[in-house]
Design a protein around this ligand. Structure first.
Ligand SMILES: Cc1cc2nc3c(=O)[nH]c(=O)nc-3n(C[C@H](O)[C@H](O)[C@H](O)COP(=O)(O)OP(=O)(O)OC[C@H]3O[C@@H](n4cnc5c(N)ncnc54)[C@H](O)[C@@H]3O)c2cc1C
Length: 448
């Protein structure tokens, strides 16, 4: 694979900057907080598996409630999606109010949608309260229609969201879209002014600092291999020995493994791929991102992109392959799709190409609850920057026995499928079909 990396896979050498990086752009030059060494204790009040937004926000809450807390992480602290994502923050609930009402009734549906807005408000407060320097900004989202029919649907949804949920949303017709995004590839967009952007790795490192300051112990490179409920709490097996914990929180999202088999059967791990471009001239950035919005589109296999916080590069993400692939392969494919939207970038090279594994669920909702005494929150369906931390924080409150820990997600059925064990054999066919359909719809719309 080394040769493919150097040549940018398939000989497209001029697509890549020399020495391009296969790790997250957000980690460039960012020194992680020093995590004090500790030995595995024999006993702890609360044991948390996973050190992303979910796990660390839970840890902060529980430790500040006076309990001893240990976070165990299979890799380096923060190594999952929480230092690799696009840094875009929406209201994080994929199903519409109508779809949720049909499934769960009006009151529950409204409450679930309300949690999405609460998570967006909460992350801004959290960042402010913890003093985390992570370029948080209410950038606004340009959610672009890939066909005229998609635009009509966005407009109908916008009207319903405004009327029934008080959500601020503005429709931008195609004739005006260049004032927001320098492209003619779309057929207008819905603009959500309250959606936000941040630097995800700086946010994660800020949380890690807060957790350590609150007395949380964090051990990297210590995978949990099994959790056994017992009369006096849980027995937790790790690669480095066994310990007892009164409460256990599973915060492993797309990396959930056999340590939590019940949860593993309920989440669908999917790779999300992203590139960063080399630095671009200021006038190009001003032309392509004149209002500095974050952007996404209505394709079923969605693209998401934005300018870097210093407005020197474009970060462009999506799912470009039916099966999981190497970032040397995904890079050129993302580049091709980026150039379809921004033809000006044909000569722009890739400086970083990386990926992470997100967790989808069978009902497109995040889930939190307690199974056999083990707390969990996961399944953010690739919209976890605010929701993961918010549900982590609520889970921490639950462990402390606080009433405010309850959420509208609690006790929702967490669906799985017969014979599904956590390996999504059905995914390549589904992704291939949806990508084919998106392309066909797009091409027809542009031809017509
Ligand atoms: C490329 C990409 C782009 C994305 N863009 C966005 C975006 O723009 N906006 C948005 O809202 N969301 C986005 N997401 C999703 C978002 O990053 C996640 O939803 C969020 O980070 C989940 O946080 P988490 O703490 O639950 O999981 P993670 O941050 O993934 O952390 C889980 C951790 O659990 C650890 N773990 C797993 N099993 C074990 C075990 N047995 N023992 C010990 N540790 C274990 C893993 O090593 C991992 O570090 C993106 C994701 C990716 C990959």
């Amino acid at each position: 694979m080394a040769a493919a990396r150097q040549n940018g896979a398939g000989g497209a050498a001029d697509l890549w900057m020399p020495g391009w990086s296969g790790t997250s752009y957000w980690l460039d030059g960012l020194a992680p907080p020093e995590v004090p060494h500790c030995d595995l204790p024999r006993k702890v009040d609360t044991l948390i598996v996973g050190s992303g937004y979910t796990g660390l926000n839970a840890a902060i809450e529980v430790a500040r409630g006076g309990r001893s807390v240990l976070v165990l992480e299979a890799g380096a602290p923060g190594q999952g999606c929480s230092t690799r994502n696009g840094g875009q923050i929406s209201t994080s609930i994929k199903p519409s109010l109508a779809a949720l009402t049909a499934r769960h009734g009006k009151a529950r549906a409204e409450a679930i949608r309300g949690e999405g807005r609460a998570a967006l408000a909460w992350i801004e407060e959290r960042i402010g309260a913890e003093g985390i320097d992570c370029d948080f900004r209410r950038a606004g989202r340009f959610h672009a229609a890939h066909t005229p029919a998609a635009y009509e649907e966005l407009a109908r949804d916008a009207e319903v969201m405004r009327r029934t949920e008080g959500i601020e949303v503005e429709m931008i017709p195609r004739a005006e879209q260049r004032r927001e995004l320098g492209t003619d590839a779309y057929h207008g967009a819905a603009l959500f002014p309250s959606h936000a952007a941040l630097n995800p790795a700086r946010y994660l490192h800020g949380l890690l600092r807060s957790a350590l300051a609150a007395g949380v112990q964090v051990m990297g490179h210590t995978p949990v291999t099994g959790i056994q409920a017992g009369a006096a709490g849980h027995e937790v097996r790790t690669a480095q020995g066994t310990l007892r914990a009164r409460d256990v929180i599973v915060a492993t999202n797309g990396y959930t493994d056999r340590a939590a088999p019940w949860q593993q059967r309920r989440v669908i791990p999917i790779g999300s791929y992203i590139i960063a471009t080399e630095p671009l001239d200021r006038d190009v950035m001003d032309r392509l991102f004149p209002t500095d919005r974050i952007a996404s589109d209505t394709c079923k296999v969605v693209y998401y992109y934005r300018a870097s916080p210093d407005r020197t590069r474009i970060l462009f993400g999506g799912r470009v392959s039916a099966t999981e692939t190497d970032t040397a392969v995904s890079g050129p494919r993302l580049h091709r799709d980026m150039c379809r939207i921004f033809p000006d970038l044909a000569q722009t090279r890739i400086s970083h190409s990386w990926m992470g594994t997100v967790a989808y669920t069978f009902d497109e909702l995040a889930h939190t609850g307690t199974h056999e005494g083990v707390h969990y929150a996961m399944g953010y369906c690739s919209s976890g920057v605010s929701m993961a931390g918010y549900l982590g924080m609520r889970m921490g409150q639950k462990v402390l026995g606080l009433a405010e820990g309850r959420t509208a997600f609690d006790d929702l059925p967490f669906p799985t499928r017969p014979f599904y064990t956590g390996r999504p054999w059905f995914l390549p066919a589904a992704v291939a079909w949806y990508r084919w359909r998106d392309t066909r719809q797009r091409e027809r719309a542009l031809a017509g």
